[in-house]
Structure formats: C-alpha cells, structure tokens
Design a protein around this ligand. Structure first.
Ligand SMILES: [Zn+2]
Length: 250
C-alpha cells in the first residue's frame, strides 16, 4: 500500500494548493510552510470571540468561533478554491485541524449535532456540493458528532450577499430558510456551520429559523471571518442572557 502510494506520488506528484510546491508524503492539501502562515484568529482563547460579538443583539448564541482571518491572501485563495474550483477537500482538512484545536478548549462539550448551512438546491446543483457539508465532515471526524443535513432548507435562492451592504444584506436573507423537522432538534444544542462570515446576516437568519424548534441552543463555527462592521442596530454591548438554558425566542 505504501509502495503504491509512493508510486502514485512519483507519477502524479501532489502539490500545495497555495504555493504549488511538491508535498511531502506526510503533508496534505498544504505544505508545512503555508500551514504555518495561515492567519489563525485564536477565537477559542477569547471569553467572547469577535464572531460571537457579531451576533449580539441579533440572535442568542452559546459560543461562536472562526478559524481564519478572511482578509489574508492565503485564506482568500483557499476559500476561492473551495467554493469555485471544485476543491471541497479544503473544507474538510481545515475543519478537522480547527476541531482539534477547539476540542481542548471545551468548545464541543455540550453540542449534540452539527447543522451545515443549507444552500438553495439550484446553487448546490450548479456547484455540485455544499461546502458547509464538507466542513461538517471534518469536524465530525474529530469529535464524532452527528450531522443533520435535512432539518432546515433554503427555500429562496437569494442573490449573493457580496455586493450588498448593511440593511440590504438583512433584507436579502429574511425568510429564506424553512425549518422542516423541528422535532429532530427539539431541546438540542446545535452547531451551525458556514464557510465565511461577513456581517453574519445569513447565519442569523438560519439560526432564527432553527430557534423555532422548542428549547434549542445554537453555537456557530465558520472557517473564516471578514473584518467588516457588524449588522446595523446591534447594541453590541453584552452577551444575550437568554442563551443559558432558556428557550430562544424570536
Ligand atoms: Zn505551500
């Protein structure tokens, strides 16, 4: 098996997705040098991470963490490969690395299941996959949590958020999700997954829909976070006290 692996590596050398250097047998997806230079956020070390603060005043979240600063060139390249160049393995690889880091901070202790943010079926058909599923797989591989793929659906194929700002982003994602199996998540602590957070408007919209199920609590994990101002009208002052053991109310 090792011989076969070595032969494949010789005939079709694997290369780093960022710098295109040839990978050593023990390296996967990225070379060691590019790994070291990834712009990690270290959100798990903060009492209230910048991602968590982004949702204050919008939705109650238990914990929230993002792995990478999106503004770094390496992060942008990886997310671009993931979303537009058929490299979903990037998501699984990064998510597994991040899960290992978060595990030691107790991030997953009370979480019952993982919910990948759904794409509209048209967008998923065009891309061929939902990148959030691959992030969820990487996390599940490390922490052995179940992935619930069909409890919430995206019922509106809203235009991309990238060219919108402020209130337009909120309006663009209102009522675009539909909770289909509330009984499956009742009383559970959910980990909602997405690739990139900018304002957090799409995640907040999905979390609001999920919180229609009785007594759910929600944590959020994303691969990268863009440095952008929070949603308008967010008080951004204190964490929402309703996250601790009290059913979420819209
Ligand atoms: Zn490299």
């Amino acid at each position: 098996m090792t011989l076969l692996h070595d032969l494949c590596d010789f005939l079709l050398p694997r290369r780093c997705l960022i710098c295109h250097q040839r990978l050593n047998p023990e390296e996967h997806i990225l070379c060691a040098a590019c790994h070291v230079e990834l712009p990690l956020t270290d959100h798990h070390l903060a009492a209230h991470s910048p991602l968590e603060r982004r949702f204050w005043g919008q939705i109650p979240v238990v914990r929230a963490a993002s792995m990478l600063h999106h503004d770094g060139e390496k992060t942008r390249r990886l997310i671009h490969l993931l979303k537009y160049h058929q490299h979903p393995e990037v998501a699984t690889h990064l998510a597994a690395l991040y899960a290992r880091q978060l595990k030691d901070s107790g991030f997953f202790l009370s979480i019952d299941c993982i919910i990948p943010l759904p794409l509209h079926w048209r967008r998923q058909l065009r891309r061929g996959y939902n990148q959030s599923h691959y992030i969820a797989r990487g996390i599940a591989r490390e922490v052995h949590l179940p992935i619930y793929r069909n409890v919430v659906r995206r019922v509106v194929n809203n235009p991309s958020q990238t060219t919108l700002s402020g209130k337009d982003r909120i309006d663009n994602v209102q009522d675009i999700f539909r909770l289909t199996h509330p009984q499956k998540i009742q009383g559970k602590h959910l980990l909602l997954i997405d690739d990139v957070t900018t304002t957090g408007a799409t995640l907040a919209s999905c979390a609001r829909e999920l919180s229609k199920a009785p007594q759910v609590r929600i944590s959020i994990l994303t691969l990268s976070i863009a440095s952008q101002t929070p949603l308008p009208n967010s008080p951004n002052a204190t964490p929402d006290p309703s996250v601790f053991g009290v059913p979420l109310v819209e």
